[in-house]
Design a protein around this ligand. Structure first.
Ligand code: SF4
Length: 567
């Protein structure tokens, strides 16, 4: 689609944004309507920019219909945590809110955010207010703006990690929308006086054409899946000192089943710049997408399509024209893993950090496993911080020698599973929320993947592969929230109990996988994987990852460009 056409035919969503008075719409009126648990249709779209989505419990749809009731509407709230770092006080506040207003689960997302599910409309404003009272917020956690900026999991690991984490917070602050609507609606902030206009210096009144994701990675760990983001920064250090970043652009996971004009894409690594330029570079990329992204077709509106449509030469020229930025050649770096560190590690400053495995990112007390209570008790005595990781886990960070035993005693009391004792596949597993609340899901993910991994573990054990790192990710649809197209084994829901199986991604998040078989039941998934895993165990080269092996052995073709994902 040529740029002229893109600019001339804005989608209805663009019109909605333009007429929303900087994201106000009629949200306040919708919230006050006592006759329904829902919002008006336009407000359901606008409210995403405020960090919340309307959902309905699909498990209860039939029963409610039978009782002639409207669906059970509720809201997901996503709490923005730049770099994933929170204080114990904030942890306790989120824990309490999840019990008081949500479904008791504290969900840790794949973008280092907290998420609440099941908040009723009548409790939405109070919950938002209390989140803000804890000095966290939800603005721009969703919507056509830059979202939570991810950062490699432990800023306390080294001075470089600390500096990169600070940069992630600066980018987040720089790209946060400036509209006062959020404060007016949720925090009873003062209305803008007559004649005074909101301004959005970076976004303008149309914001971005589509959602926009940013992440930072510190090699050799790629625990943020940096290449799955619209905008990414790979830290380049020399002698333990941060020098600058390699810039990455155009990553994204989602595609639409049956629409081959949509595809997942791994970002291009386009050049290097010194660290002092980070805010200018971040802004320049956002401005590029603001001005050139497709505003007529939302399915092709992400930066990845803009880059493929206009090319990297044009992108580089625009960076120079709008912000005077000239990128140097990409500096060398190597990624070795996507995963998190589990158990105790010690940083250069002498403090301890404990990585806790949280299956599916869901902290809830269930079936006698009181993980949520354990973390709460730790938060009550903890003097350091908590870090949410991009793999849905949490690090109890900055524990002193004297506190270590107390933390260990609580972990032991509640029999918290040591991540490193699990199969390496489970350690490297991710599932999105999916059913029952996600309206887009065709199949289970978070509730089902642990059971499926139990069964795959048996195959791994039979082949001596339990301690071989293999990544597996499951989502309920192809929107890609759990980054399934960067997993060595990707499972994407296509219908209830049926999944598409994707193979051939690299273990380090640098190559996409590809569709291997469609519409598989559990029995078929296991029957398909069993001989391939057995072959892998028998014939893999030393240190060869599963994703590389299935390509070498011609099970599947390597996808070297997103555009070829369907080829
Ligand atoms: Fe919902 Fe699909 Fe995202 Fe999963 S990947 S949370 S099913 S939209």
């Amino acid at each position: 689609m040529d740029q002229e056409k893109v600019q001339n035919a804005p989608s209805s969503f663009e019109v909605l944004k333009e007429n929303s008075n900087y994201l106000r719409g009629t949200i306040e009126e919708s919230l006050k309507d006592p006759l329904t648990g829902s919002l008006r249709p336009d407000d359901q779209l606008l409210i995403k920019f405020h960090g919340t989505y309307q959902q309905q419990d699909r498990d209860l749809d039939d029963e409610r219909k039978h009782q002639k009731l409207e669906p059970l509407y509720s809201f997901l709230i996503r709490v923005r945590v730049p770099g994933g770092v929170t204080t114990p006080q904030q942890w306790l506040a989120m824990d309490a809110l999840s019990d008081q207003y949500a479904d008791s689960a504290l969900k840790l997302t794949t973008r280092q955010a907290f998420q609440f599910h099941g908040v009723l409309k009548r409790n939405l404003k109070t919950t938002m207010k209390e989140i803000n009272a804890s000095l966290l917020d939800t603005i721009a956690a969703c919507g056509d703006v830059n979202r939570n900026v991810m950062c490699s999991a432990n800023p306390f690991e080294s001075p470089v990690h600390g500096e990169v984490a600070e940069d992630s917070k600066r980018i987040s602050a720089h790209l946060t929308p400036q509209t006062r609507a959020y404060h007016e609606i949720w925090l009873d902030g003062e209305l803008i006086a007559g004649g005074e206009e909101d301004v959005e210096p970076i976004y303008g009144k149309h914001y971005l054409p589509r959602k926009f994701k940013t992440a930072m990675a510190i090699p050799p760990r790629n625990d943020t899946d940096v290449l799955s983001n619209d905008l990414g920064f790979i830290a380049i250090a020399e002698g333990g000192v941060l020098q600058g970043y390699n810039l990455t652009v155009g990553g994204g996971m989602a595609y639409t089943f049956g629409n081959n004009a949509t595809y997942p894409r791994v970002a291009d690594v386009v050049g290097y710049f010194p660290k002092e330029q980070i805010l200018e570079v971040a802004e320049a990329v956002v401005v590029f997408q603001r001005d050139h992204g497709n505003r007529s077709e939302r399915k092709n509106a992400r930066l990845k399509y803009t880059i493929d449509r206009l090319g990297l030469d044009f992108f580089r020229a625009e960076l120079k024209r709008t912000h005077g930025i000239e990128l140097a050649p990409v500096r060398a770096y190597t990624f070795e893993t996507l995963g998190d560190k589990y158990g105790w590690t010690k940083s250069e400053d002498g403090l301890w950090h404990y990585g806790v495995f949280v299956e599916g990112g869901k902290l809830i007390d269930k079936d006698g496993y009181l993980a949520k209570t354990a973390l709460r008790e730790i938060a009550e005595i903890h003097e350091g911080t908590f870090i949410l990781t991009g793999n849905q886990n949490v690090v109890i960070a900055q524990v002193s020698d004297s506190q270590k035993q107390k933390v260990e005693a609580i972990l032991k009391k509640y029999k918290i599973v040591e991540g490193s004792s699990l199969s390496m596949m489970r350690q490297n597993s991710i599932a999105c929320a999916a059913l029952p609340l996600c309206a887009l899901s065709f199949a289970e993910a978070e509730r089902y993947l642990p059971k499926l991994v139990d069964k795959i573990d048996e195959i791994l054990e039979a082949n001596g592969l339990l301690q071989t790192p293999i990544s597996i990710r499951m989502t309920g649809c192809s929107n890609g929230c759990g980054r399934p197209f960067l997993a060595e084994i990707g499972l994407v829901g296509k219908a209830p109990g049926k999944y598409n199986l994707y193979l051939g991604a690299s273990f380090t998040g640098t190559r996409l996988n590809k569709l291997y078989k469609e519409m598989l039941s559990e029995e078929e998934i296991l029957a398909t994987l069993t001989p391939i895993l057995a072959d892998y165990a028998k014939n893999k080269n030393a240190d060869e990852h599963f994703g590389d092996f299935v390509i070498r052995k011609d099970y599947i073709k390597a996808v070297l460009e997103g555009k070829n994902f369907h080829a």
